[in-house]
Structure formats: C-alpha cells, structure tokens
Write a protein that binds this ligand. Structure first.
Ligand SMILES: *[C@@H]1O[C@H](CO)[C@@H](O)[C@H](O)[C@H]1NC(C)=O
Ligand SMILES: *[C@@H]1O[C@H](CO)[C@@H](O)[C@H](O)[C@H]1NC(C)=O
Length: 384
C-alpha cells in the first residue's frame, strides 16, 4: 500500500517532469522534478514577480485599488437632474415657467458663504460674477489649515483688493485647534460650524437663498438670478458645475455636484459640503480645481488640505515636475480617476485634452484677461 502511494505521487511527478526521470532514485527524481518542472516558473514567481508586486503595490497601490473600485464600491444613487434653461433675451417670467415655477414679485435675498484658504484670484472672480445679485458676502478664515499647519489670515492680508464688497461683507476669523495627526475632515467640519454662526451674525433670515460651496465652485450669475426670482424652487438644490483642472484650458467633465443652494431655514439649515438632496440643476457654473497663479500655491495646497496623504513621495512637490504636469493636463498625484465603472476609468485615463474654448466663462475673467492670463487656454506656464 505504501509503495503504491509513493508510486502514485511519482507518477504525478513524472507527468509533470517528463519520462526521462523515471529511472532515477526517488529522492533525486523529486528534487529534479522540483527543479525542472517548477524551476523556471516558480523561480520567476518567487524572485521576480512577488517583489515586483510588492514594489508595484507600494508605488501604485492607489492605482490598483482605484482600478478595481468598480468591484468594491457601487456608484451612489444617481441625482434627479433638472433641465436648466437660459438665454439672455428671455424674460424672467418665461424662464421660471420653463422650469415649472412661477415668478415672484420681488427677488429673494442672497447670501454667499465661503471658507477661505488662500485663493485670492478665484475669490475675486467669484464675487464679481455674483456681485449683481448677492445681498451679503460671508467669509470665514482660520489660522490653521485642515491638516493643522499654521497659516496667515490671507484674506486680511489682501483685503484692500476687495473694497468693492466692503459694504456687503461679513468677515470672521477662527483660531485653529492644531490637533496634529487628526483626520483633516474634523477641522474642516469645525470651521463649517463656525460659518453657521457667522451667517447668523450676517443677519440671514428664513427663505433667503444661501449658497454653500468652496471658493473655486462658482455658480454662474444667471443661475442665482433665476433661483432668487422663481417661487417654487426646491428647498435644497445641488448645482452641477463644469469641472476644470489648473485653468479653463482643461475641461474634463460636468460631474461636480457639491455646491448647493438652500432656502434658509433657521435651526434646520447647516453649512455642509456633502450630498443633501437628490436634486441637481444642470449646467449651473464652473468648478476650477488647482487653478492657482503660483507654483508655490500648488505646493501649499498639496501639503495643507484634506487629501495631503496623496503626497506619497517628496518629489511630488518638485516645482519643475508640477509645472510640467500642469502643461500636460496630467495628475499631480499620479492617481487614476476616481470613477465607479471600468468604462469611465478607461475613458478618463491619461492627461486631459487641451480645450480652446473661452466661451461662457465668468465675465470678470474675460474682462481682465491680461491679469488672469494663466487661467485661459494656451497659458499654462506659471510664475515662479
Ligand atoms: C432681445 O431683446 C431685445 C430687447 O429686450 C429686443 O429688442 C431684441 O429684438 C431681442 N432679440 C431677439 C433675437 O429676440
Ligand atoms: C490662531 O488664532 C488663535 C485665536 O486668535 C490664537 O490664540 C492662536 O495663537 C493662533 N495660532 C497661531 C499658530 O497663529
């Protein structure tokens, strides 16, 4: 019985190794079997493939997980997209009617509230865009970044550039908590609660329109005009914005949805930057991420904000590399797109194609094209 057993295993080995080993002593044939049949493949696997995997996972772990994301995460519930109509020559009555709303006798008051980091240019373009319709601008800034690094009160330092809003501005500062190693989203939430209090100080009342968005998420002015004039708009509405990276040269999709507009309700409305309703108003403005004038602003942002864990290697902060990536429309963190289906991931692989359209951009940007050249197509070189 025992020898049968040996014989059997030997047969298996012979099948693998070939018949020339059949006359060798048992132990030798096994060794040779191991060395012949498995050697090339096994050695490659053990000494090349496995270390390659480990090194690869170290350098490209994010890519692997993001590429496999469609397997481990299903997409969020889709929004109910609302068709958005606009033409400058259509009366407000007809515009409201096209959306299924009536027109009011007088417009709602509008509050635009932001947490400010250091985006002076984006803030100027935003405030000028919304200027005709905003009742109160509310701005809060901290002396701490979300990642607990100390920072100056940049708005206070540039305040003379914002004289045009002085009559309508409620400005507040808040001291950071400086908890090193804490999740940056906690500091961010803390600052948003303070922004709620600043809104009270600014005198917001029930049914006033409140815009909640980051500085670089800019609603178009006609969108806000529509929402302040029409009567039955939803209590909360997300704004779908056109996504740009580095400048208006690199348009990549229209999937930005975090910005929202609220009909304010005292005690209920809380300043937030996550999903709060299913309604999404189509084509309502622009979201320009990493649209900075100086390379140093890119480095500050990469170190200081919520996704600083993405700076996995110090050479990511090399100014020459950053400039090169900006001009190519590639990814600063060398990451794959955050998409939910393989189709979308593959469609968005590689750099963003250049766009040559300067149509339907914020008015202040085009009126001051010399000053904001770096935001327009064909001007990717940044100041040192
Ligand atoms: C646009 O409106 C103006 C007046 O508001 C009018 O004179 C003009 O004919 C309109 N243009 C079109 C194309 O309807
Ligand atoms: C931040 O501001 C708070 C409140 O004004 C102050 O107490 C604190 O010392 C400041 N911290 C830094 C690092 O500037």
């Amino acid at each position: 019985m025992m020898s049968d057993g040996y014989k059997k295993s030997d047969d298996i080995c012979e099948d693998v190794c070939g018949s020339q080993t059949s006359n060798s002593p048992l132990s030798m044939s096994r060794l040779r079997c191991f060395c012949q049949g498995l050697d090339v493949k096994t050695l490659i696997v053990l000494f090349l493939f496995v270390p390659t995997c480990i090194v690869g996972a170290y350098f490209h772990g994010q890519k692997v997980t993001y590429f496999l994301r469609p397997l481990w995460q299903s997409p969020p519930k889709p929004f109910i997209e609302m068709t958005h109509y606009y033409h400058e020559n259509i009366t407000m009555e007809n515009l409201c009617k096209l959306h299924g709303w009536g027109v009011r006798e007088f417009p709602r008051r509008v509050y635009d509230a932001v947490l400010f980091n250091n985006e002076v240019d984006m803030l100027t373009i935003r405030w000028k865009e919304l200027y005709p319709y905003v009742t109160q601008y509310v701005l809060l800034e901290s002396n701490s970044t979300f990642t607990a690094l100390p920072k100056p009160y940049f708005f206070a330092l540039s305040r003379d550039k914002f004289k045009f809003v002085e009559q309508r501005l409620t400005y507040g500062t808040i001291g950071g908590r400086f908890r090193r190693g804490e999740n940056p989203f906690i500091e961010e939430a803390y600052q948003r609660v303070a922004l709620d209090q600043l809104l009270q100080i600014a005198g917001i009342e029930d049914d006033d329109l409140l815009i909640m968005s980051d500085v670089d998420e800019i609603p178009s002015r006609h969108t806000i005009n529509l929402l302040r004039w029409c009567d039955d708009i939803p209590q909360i509405l997300h704004l779908q914005l056109r996504n740009y990276l580095y400048s208006f040269e690199f348009y990549f999709d229209s999937k930005s949805w975090r910005a929202s507009v609220h009909r304010y309700r005292r005690g209920k409305t809380r300043y937030a930057h996550y999903r709060q309703t299913d309604y999404l108003l189509s084509d309502a403005g622009w979201h320009c991420s990493f649209c900075f004038r100086h390379i140093s602003d890119f480095i500050f942002k990469m170190k200081a904000y919520s996704h600083n864990d993405r700076v996995r290697f110090s050479h990511y902060l090399d100014p020459k590399r950053i400039q090169d990536i900006i001009c190519r429309g590639a990814d600063l963190y060398d990451m794959l797109p955050e998409e939910y289906t393989f189709k979308d991931i593959i469609r968005r692989l590689g750099p963003i194609p250049h766009s040559y359209s300067g149509v339907h951009l914020p008015a202040h940007l085009l009126d001051n094209a010399d000053k904001y050249k770096y935001l327009l197509p064909g001007n990717c070189r940044r100041e040192g």
